[in-house]
Design a binder for this molecule. Structure first.
Ligand SMILES: *Cc1c(COP(=O)(O)O)cnc(C)c1O
Length: 355
């Protein structure tokens, strides 16, 4: 069959998401950084009492109820917020609005794999700058590259580390293009780069309800930046990119900051314990500002990934240079983490396994 696609699409690898077994499947799912706790009870109540009239009508194209709630919860003006169908949708909109052949899109590696997919789709010039073994921020190379867009995930995935606010401020000051700071994991971190949107007109912060608010299935994310920068993005987005249910449920969730913060505190406590337990098994564990840990087992990472999968435990293995000896493990409940540790002990000493 001849190709029906643009040559750039034929050349793309395509994004490969983590495995998603159906809810109810007996599995300990520590592979895609979902929150182990349910969403806010207020959000669930809104979902249960939904008036079908919301479904008959088109939704508000700007999700203004959500913008209002986010504005109050985070103390940012409402017109500094743009809402998307997950932050992935907003990443897509940014690339469509700012990138094209001959324009550079720059990001340090390894990082969120979707950045590459989007740049390839738009046939922009991709500049990937290595973090190196110790994940030190390659600030001089990032400045020298002068991207039309520079993507920085902070905290970063899969490394789990945050970029210092002073480094991000320095970078913002030296770039002529847009600096996108992807804060998908900020709810588990010590610091946010949010103040930079008031200091620099080229800074855009991305947030999501998928991780901190336990709403990955809802698909809701948002950008925070000055209205001038957002105006170009509004032109490019799908008119009805956020559905009525996501707007209603997300509005209740973001109003419930206390619940979100309590769950994040539990995840952070479990993260500390899981790190200690893994180190006791002789694993290397990187410091994390997220709800996952980047780890390096003593034995073959891919074999451990497969052995865990056989036992109904999913973790993330990236068959990628610099990562193929590591595993990224989402922090679960203490009970799930304990199941993982016991499975790892059994895998490490198979002669003790009951037959
Ligand atoms: C999970 C994640 C996203 C995607 O968030 P959605 O709002 O679910 O689309 C974006 N960036 C990073 C770094 C992530 O880990």
């Amino acid at each position: 069959m001849p190709s029906y696609f643009r040559s750039s699409v034929d050349a793309m690898a395509g994004y490969i998401p983590g495995e998603q077994p159906k809810p109810g499947t007996l599995i300990v799912k520590l592979n895609t950084n979902e929150n182990p706790y349910p969403p806010s009870p207020n959000a669930i109540a809104v979902l249960r009492s939904l008036d079908p009239e919301w479904l008959r009508r088109y939704p508000d194209p700007y999700a203004n109820d959500f913008r209002q709630a986010a504005s109050e919860a985070l103390d940012i003006p409402k017109d500094w917020i743009m809402v998307g169908n997950g932050s992935d949708d907003i990443l897509n909109v940014i690339v469509r609005a700012c990138a094209e052949p001959g324009r550079k899109v720059v990001y340090p590696m390894p990082t969120y794999v979707l950045y590459r997919t989007l740049v390839e789709m738009q046939v922009a010039d991709r500049v990937e700058i290595s973090y190196g073994d110790r994940y030190e921020f390659p600030i001089n190379e990032l400045i020298a590259a002068q991207g039309a867009i520079t993507f920085i995930a902070s905290p970063n995935s899969p490394s789990g580390h945050s970029i210092a606010l002073s480094d991000l401020r320095h970078l913002a000051a030296k770039l002529t293009g847009v600096l996108v700071i992807d804060e998908a994991y900020v709810d588990f971190a010590e610091e946010t780069a949010l103040p930079l949107v008031h200091e620099f007109e080229n800074v855009l912060i991305l947030r999501t309800l998928s991780k901190g608010y336990s709403l990955a299935g809802l698909r809701l994310g948002f950008a925070i930046s000055n209205p001038q920068l957002l105006s170009g993005l509004f032109k490019v987005k799908d008119s009805y990119n956020i559905d009525a249910i996501a707007t209603l449920v997300g509005t209740a969730a973001i109003r419930d900051q206390n619940y979100k913060n309590e769950c994040a505190e539990r995840v952070k406590r479990s993260r500390a314990k899981l790190a200690i337990d893994l180190k006791q098994l002789g694993w290397k564990v990187w410091n994390s500002q997220t709800n996952f840990l980047l780890t390096q087992p003593q034995d073959n990472a891919e074999e451990i990934y497969l052995a865990l999968k056989e036992r109904g435990i999913l973790v993330r293995y990236f068959k990628q240079l610099g990562l193929d000896d590591k595993l990224r493990i989402t922090v679960g409940t203490d009970e799930q983490n304990q199941t993982l540790i016991e499975a790892l002990q059994a895998i490490a000493t198979p002669n003790r396994k009951a037959h």
